[in-house]
Design a protein around this ligand. Sequence first.
Ligand code: HEC
Length: 103
Amino acid sequence: MKKVTAALLAGAAALAFTASAQAEPDGEAIYNQACMACHMTGAAGAPIRGDEAAWAPRLEKGMDTLYANSIDGFQAMPPRGGHMNLSDEEVKASVDYLLEPVL
Ligand code: HEC
């Protein structure tokens, strides 16, 4: 029970912080900071932003899976791009920006 309460409190604190910092996370800014190093160059086999052929099979998994894999990590893709300070909403906003040219 204690653990659940702590998790809820942490979640509420994170939400309050995000809400006061910025209503809508800026996906482009987060991408530039946290994702570009790999997703612009293809480092470590990362699918490049705008590369339709690379993204097509991944898009078939559905956005929920792509969001979850970005948050939890997926093979060579580190959780939250290695930026553990990012909230779920911030990661999702950067995923939206990353995928925008191929949707
Ligand atoms: C250290 C390099 C690196 C960084 C930084 C990085 N990625 Fe990735 N990402 C990868 C690699 C490599 C893959 C391919 C993983 C595979 O298929 O084996 C990947 C795959 C993905 C996928 C596809 C997952 C799937 O299920 O096919 C998404 C979406 C994604 N990254 C989003 C992001 C976002 C958003 C960020 C920034 C918050 C980010 N990545 C930062 C290396 C990185």
